[in-house]
Design a protein around this ligand. Sequence first.
Ligand code: PAF
Length: 283
Amino acid sequence: MRIIETIAEMQQAADNWRAHGERIGFVPTMGFLHKGHLDLMRTARRLSSQVVISIFVNPTQFAPHEDFDSYPRDMQRDLDFAREVGVDAVFTPNLHEMYPEGFQTYVTVTEVSKNLCGRSRPVFFRGVATVVSKLFHAVKPHLSVFGEKDFQQLVTIRRMVRDMNMDVEIIGHPIVREEDGLAMSSRNAYLRPEERPVALRLGRALALAQDLVSSGERQVDAILGKVSEFIAGDGAAKIDYAQICDPNTLEDIAHIGGPALLALAVWVGKTRLIDNRILQPSG
Ligand code: PAF
């Protein structure tokens, strides 16, 4: 497995692979890999002949008060995981390589990034779109795999790729859950043992909402009222948002008439967790 630290070397490797007719699959990550990432990498492995992952904790997607400095990092463990899955190259640029002196160009996807996480994390999607765009220029992938847990991120990247004519196929991967139902996330490492049962309420609330819809409830306010009460009624968690949206535009809807995205962001102690599900009126 190659470990590549510079953009020039990454681009050269990509050009070489492309010249030999190889298909490059790419999984961008911020490291501290978990089983969810491994599934993304396995999907890339299945669909491509060369698999690249990036490990880069991207400062431009964190606001100053957020957890950039404390974000969990463990390069050795990440490299072991990548080897286990048969990754061909790990791209690990440093901060200066990605954002050299004088950097001033950003990618903004204006509409789909406004709602949901865009409200509470106003710089987040600009940072994500910018770094993913830069990573695509470095890795030159044919396809790139993103998890559906960050549903809004996936929609934003798809929009950017379409709008900017990027020649990359974006593949969404279903949410990977722990055995107890908690959606996998590097930030789960922050949870204290006593917070875990509270964290499990997110996944259960998504199931509760689907049950309500399956039994005929179509009013978004009624569903969100019950979901919020279930998650935070006793004050053990604090809801950042619980919203039901059109899964394409990510705009709020008032009434469920077709598949609808229920997206949650919840503070459990000092940990902000997100989760989501497409609510299906028919099933
Ligand atoms: O989902 C993530 O881990 C990050 O947002 C990404 C896509 C690697 C960009 O930094």
